[in-house]
Design a protein around this ligand. Structure first.
Ligand code: WT7
Length: 654
């Protein structure tokens, strides 16, 4: 960033955009005073507040207690029974939503499919019956490794219906990463496709499943395969079943039963600060309340909205805002399989225009790519149906925010910048579009009921604009309940740093108006194009290569992706560091984790900067990687020459 850029960001940051009066007039929460009154009520009587929201959903048995909380363990809606799939589907079948479109699907090649609530319900019932026939019972984990096609939604809802927790693995993850997740969750059944479309190519999902299942520690009985790509795939009779045979043959009638409110609904793997991804566990009752409430409040959904959240169901955003939140609200959801620039850079705007999208939710990295591709692409399409825009995944820079508002939103649509995490299950900090004046770059204020704050290490609140830790002081219904198989890690990771608070890694400041500005992670987690990765995970992948002695990985700022991965590698003695080895190592990371983790740059170093106790000094490497000379304190560095050599090699090669 040049000095000039910095000045513009200061200027745009100081602008405030009140909700457009026409939007506020019809919004659920239409003024700042109404928002503040809700916050006050929720703070005064939190349990009553959440119980009222929960009462809008169907429960087959009521709760005895709204919340049972003893740090760090919270149980919500204790004793209640409910079925998330019923709340997403059956609940809408008796009224005018029965024949309303639930899913508007478009494949990358241009094929389309529309499923009404009635039709989606039938498909989910068939899938639930088929899974039941394959022996899946409540409590059995099912791994889902699918492209963004209707079967992904159907499979998730079928699992929820049966009380079989799903663990969705993003299709961009490699066979190794898939195997790790299957092993950790102990899934006995995998739902996949013969392939999915991405940039005109077929992603070989079934081949990856076959490879993952070759791992002797993976114990999977059945693989259900959706025919999507239509090519050849290898087949293991008895183990592999076509979806179109197994599911289509099943009965479309399925009587759902309620599951305990604290019954696991899904686990989703995300990166922490170690080499091993964590299985974030969400449960039935609390998660459904969080996803339902936040979708309703933040996107202010109405029955005539067409809602498009561009996230993949492999991420939590896809769980909460492609599937569960919008369907519980009876919304019409757009689902698109492919890349935003296939066949051309206007694909998203073409989709918005053709399907009449009214609420659009995407990530800053995508917005920055659209900015770079040029205003002429959205300009070619009629985007006048849009009424609200959202952003999620990383801090949005004010320039991108302003572009989004002007070029996509026609200066007319409010923008909701939503802060949350896989762990929080649903949105925590966001404007309410009819109530909260927005400031470009700030996620603004916590939702009513969410006790988010910025504090010092001892838990005391920071003063205005003082940088601190972003925490949540009280439990909320959709919070994670544990890290699957490692409750001790859960307690230590989220409740071990700041006394009495949930803290999951973000730094922030709160301005004089109480607006929160998220400043990014303070731990070794990096955010590459909205995808969360741990530097250690990439390091473990690198050191698993026989030619690598040691590796250190850091993020450096990247204009498009937010952060890019830079790896410093020390090869084993006698190994020649050259371009061929660099290419081999980058490919090795792709095989171990997936293309999303491929280092943008790989630098060889004869040694890494370390403290006397042997800890790699990532801070110094970050400075080297971002091109600045290491200015920070280097007094604890064991060998100063290491850093000088690294910085010198870096500048030469650039
Ligand atoms: C991390 C969580 C939440 C769904 C997508 C990512 C960053 C997320 C924002 C935002 C600033 C944000 C944080 C957070 N983040 N949204 N609006 N402003 N930062 O979920 O993979 O669990 O990552 O994403 O650093 O901790 P995730």
């Amino acid at each position: 960033m040049s000095a000039g850029d910095k000045i513009t960001s200061v200027l745009v940051e100081s602008r405030v955009f009140p909700p457009p009066p026409a939007f506020a007039a019809q919004a659920r929460v239409g003024s700042l005073a109404a928002y503040e009154a809700l916050c006050a009520r929720a703070a005064a009587e939190p349990e009553r507040f959440w119980a009222e929201i929960a009462s809008e959903l169907a429960w087959s048995q009521p709760w005895r207690e709204v919340l049972d909380w003893e740090l760090p363990d919270a149980r919500w809606f204790v004793g209640a029974r409910t079925n998330v799939s019923v709340n997403c589907l059956d609940r809408h079948l008796d009224g005018p939503r029965r024949n309303k479109a639930a899913l508007l699907f478009e494949g990358e090649p241009g094929d389309t499919r529309v499923l009404t609530y009635h039709q989606l319900h039938r498909e989910v019932c068939k899938a639930a019956n088929a899974l039941d026939a394959l022996g899946i019972r409540a409590g059995d984990f099912v791994a889902i490794y699918l492209p963004m096609i209707p079967e992904a939604v159907i499979a998730m809802l079928a699992c929820a219906r049966l009380g079989a927790p799903h663990t969705v693995v993003f299709g961009g993850f490699s066979a190794e990463a898939l195997a790790d997740r299957i092993k950790d969750s102990r899934a006995r059944l995998v739902i996949t496709a013969d392939g999915g479309w991405r940039r005109g190519q077929i992603v070989p999902l079934k081949d990856n499943v076959d490879k993952a299942l070759d791992d002797p520690e993976v114990d999977v009985d059945h693989v259900v395969v959706v025919r999507r790509a239509g090519g050849e795939s290898s087949w293991k009779p008895g183990r592999d079943h076509w979806w179109h045979e197994t599911v289509d043959r099943a009965s479309p009638r399925h009587q759902a039963v309620g599951h305990d409110a604290e019954h696991p609904l899904f686990s989703l793997y995300t990166s922490g600060t170690t080499g091993k991804p964590k299985g974030i566990l969400h449960t039935t009752g609390g998660y459904q309340v969080g996803a339902y409430y936040t979708t309703r409040m933040v996107f202010d959904l109405r029955d005539d909205d067409v809602f498009w959240c561009t996230a993949d169901v492999g991420w939590v955003t896809g769980h909460s805002y492609v599937v569960y939140g919008p369907l519980m609200n009876g919304a019409t959801v757009v689902m698109y399989e492919g890349a935003p620039n296939q066949p051309g850079p206007d694909r998203f705007w073409d989709i918005c225009a053709r399907w009449g999208v009214t609420v659009f939710y995407t990530a800053p990295t995508a917005i920055r790519a659209f900015m770079r591709w040029g205003d002429e692409h959205p300009a070619r399409h009629d985007l006048s149906a849009l009424r609200l825009l959202g952003s999620v995944g990383e801090p949005i820079n004010p320039e991108a925010w302003m572009w989004y508002r002007r070029v996509i939103g026609g200066d007319r649509c409010p923008i909701v910048d939503t802060w949350w995490q896989t762990e929080t299950g649903s949105i925590m900090i966001s404007p309410l579009p009819g109530a909260t004046p927005t400031k470009p770059g700030s996620a603004t204020r916590p939702l009513p009921g969410i006790a988010a704050d910025v504090v010092r290490r001892d838990g005391t609140p920071c003063g205005p604009n003082e940088g601190g830790f972003l925490v949540i002081r009280r439990p909320w219904p959709s919070m994670l309940r544990t890290i699957w198989g490692d409750h001790e890690r859960f307690t230590r990771t989220y409740f071990g740093d700041i006394p009495g608070c949930y803290f999951a890694g973000d730094g922030a400041r709160k301005d004089a108006d109480g607006y929160i500005w998220v400043m990014g992670r303070v731990d070794d987690v990096i955010n590459v194009a909205g995808h969360r990765l741990s530097t250690m995970e990439v390091e473990s992948a690198l050191v698993s290569h026989p030619k690598v002695a040691e590796a250190a990985v850091v993020g450096r700022p990247d204009e498009l992706k937010g952060q890019a991965i830079v790896a410093f590698v020390t090869p084993k003695g006698g190994i020649q560091p050259d371009d061929a080895l660099a290419a081999e190592l980058r490919q090795h990371v792709v095989e171990q984790i997936g293309a999303l983790a491929r280092p943008e740059e790989l630098r060889f170093a004869d040694a890494l900067p370390k403290t006397r106790s042997g800890k790699i000094m990532r801070r110094l490497l970050r400075e080297v990687a971002s091109g600045s000379t290491a200015r920070g304190d280097t007094t604890t560095l064991e060998d100063n020459a290491v850093l000088e050599r690294l910085a010198a090699s870096y500048q030469q090669e650039d």
